[in-house]
Design a protein around this ligand. Structure first.
Ligand SMILES: [Zn+2]
Length: 510
């Protein structure tokens, strides 16, 4: 007999419908799963046999073929256990000769334990979103109920195979999935007011947050780079619903389902510099989003930036340019979104004390050169703002007044973002940093007298033509922060100061 059970699978962060077809024929006992299953799906065989028997059903000793259609798409994960088990039961007539209506009209997802109980699986939210608006029931494991409820699809939660079988036969009911209680958002505990001094760096971070510009901070240990970075997230506005759903999909696929609720706070990821390039960018034998995708719509903080491996740094080029990552595998390639704000930090030299007012640097010029060369070139090209930090002396530090609170800075940032949103046709995911050459010409007309500033920058400081584009983008954001319709000369003068690494003798005066 033949049975068909509807279920779902994932490609990247998008779900698609899969039909698990089970055919039982007489003959020598055999059991095969076809339709591009991965290793985890192949192992379902063993789990399904044990789960079916331990739930009080007979497992047929016949020739069983399981086909996962569409057969040309890869299927991965353990969530196909439940539909396969139900297919076996249906194909041996457990639910009657005619397929039960509940079985026909529903989708099933779940990993089976050997005793027949259902275990939660990764990627439930993105799979369910593929069914939005279809008015279908989806049966999911209890452990995924809260996450499933977020999707807006009609979901039912079950604890084991027996319960699902009883529901299909009309002998029992399943509870609808309820969203998890949303905990009070504590807000950012760390505030910019705690950072004394460093006005230049704070201003640069304000501009970065406003225009979604990437930033690199250069300064000796103890100059407050990490302290500033940890408070940076508080400057960005809250995520919109679409942004939140997209980020949650990436977390769900990675098995980091955040207690079944939407990710509401912008991500702040800070991977260590020993991270592999696959973990940073995404990949692995079973493709998984990397840190760049987990930072989607948020901040990726890379401390000790030159210490990251060369391949890892180079691999950042694609996401920085295209806001997505393509992970290629033998049969298919998967695309994960990765629009993040890169916040990098580095010491001025390997020992960290080059240019320090008190401590002496122990590095040779060659060591310094090699250290900086690691971040030169194409990556640096994608970083708009360069910020130099100097250590704050204790005596000065004590005398300094408290800084401006995060909320006040954030209010200005949000105003500037609204101006950009209008500029880019209502698109919230665009900032001045992403302007194309055409848009640059349209929105960044230079005021009288500003060309002279740029000429000095090019001729005296050795700026390249490419850095002029960056200066224009930064000037535009500074003007937006001020609410000015046109860029003024002082905006350009300020913007030039954030291109320190462009000087021909880059960093020489630090
Ligand atoms: Zn040094």
């Amino acid at each position: 007999m033949l049975a068909k059970i509807s279920t779902l699978a994932l490609k990247g962060i998008d779900g698609f419908a899969v039909s698990a077809e089970v055919y039982i024929a007489s003959g020598l006992p055999a059991y095969a799963i076809v339709g591009l299953p991965d290793a985890a799906v192949k192992e379902a065989k063993e789990r399904v046999v044990a789960a079916v028997r331990n739930s009080g059903f007979d497992f047929p000793l016949k020739r069983i073929t399981v086909n996962l259609a569409p057969a040309e798409k890869k299927k991965a994960g353990t969530h196909l256990d439940l539909p396969i088990a139900l297919g076996v039961l249906a194909a041996c007539g457990k639910f009657g000769k005619k397929p039960a209506a509940r079985l026909e009209d529903s989708f099933f997802i779940g990993e089976l334990a050997l005793d027949g109980s259902l275990r939660p699986v990764a990627g439930v939210l993105p799979m369910l979103l593929a069914l939005k608006g279809l008015k279908k029931n989806v049966v999911v494991p209890d452990g995924n109920a809260a996450e499933a409820a977020v999707s807006g699809v009609n979901c039912l939660a079950a604890s084991d195979l027996k319960q699902v079988a009883a529901w299909i036969s009309g002998k029992g009911e399943l509870n609808a999935c309820c969203p998890a209680a949303v905990p009070e958002v504590a807000g950012f505990v760390q505030d910019f007011s705690e950072v004394k001094g460093q006005a230049f760096a704070k201003r640069a971070l304000e501009i970065a947050a406003a225009g979604f510009h990437n930033v690199i901070m250069v300064g000796p240990p103890g100059s407050g780079k990490s302290m500033l970075a940890k408070r940076f997230g508080a400057l960005l506005p809250a995520m919109g619903l679409d942004e939140s759903i997209e980020t949650t999909k990436l977390y769900s696929v990675s098995g980091l389902a955040c207690a079944g609720r939407l990710v509401r706070e912008r991500p702040f990821r800070e991977p260590h510099h020993t991270i592999s390039d696959a973990a940073l960018i995404g990949g692995g034998s079973i493709p998984r989003p990397g840190e760049v995708s987990l930072a989607h719509n948020g901040v990726l903080f890379l401390d000790e930036f030159p210490e990251f491996s060369r391949p890892a740094i180079e691999a950042l080029r694609e996401p920085l340019e295209a806001c997505k990552v393509t992970v290629s595998r033998v049969r298919e390639s998967v695309v994960y979104p990765a629009r993040f704000l890169l916040l990098a930090a580095m010491n001025p030299c390997p020992c960290g004390y080059l240019g320090h007012p008190v401590r002496e640097c122990a590095c040779t010029p060659l060591q310094v050169h090699k250290y900086r060369a690691k971040v030169s070139g194409p990556i640096l090209d994608r970083i708009d703002l360069h910020v130099q930090l100097s250590p704050v002396q204790y005596a000065d530090w004590e005398a300094l007044p408290k800084g401006e609170p995060s909320a006040a800075i954030s209010a200005r940032v949000i105003k500037a973002i609204k101006i950009q949103c209008a500029r880019f046709g209502g698109r919230e995911d665009r900032g001045n940093a992403s302007m194309s050459a055409g848009e640059l010409r349209r929105h960044c007309a230079l005021p009288e007298g500003a060309s002279a500033v740029l000429e000095v920058a090019m001729n005296k400081l050795g700026f390249s033509a490419r850095s002029l584009d960056k200066i224009l983008k930064i000037s535009r954001t500074i003007a937006d922060l001020e609410g000015a319709a046109a860029i003024k000369r002082e905006h350009v003068i300020e913007a030039v100061q954030y291109r320190l690494l462009d000087k021909s003798e880059a960093l020489a005066d630090i």
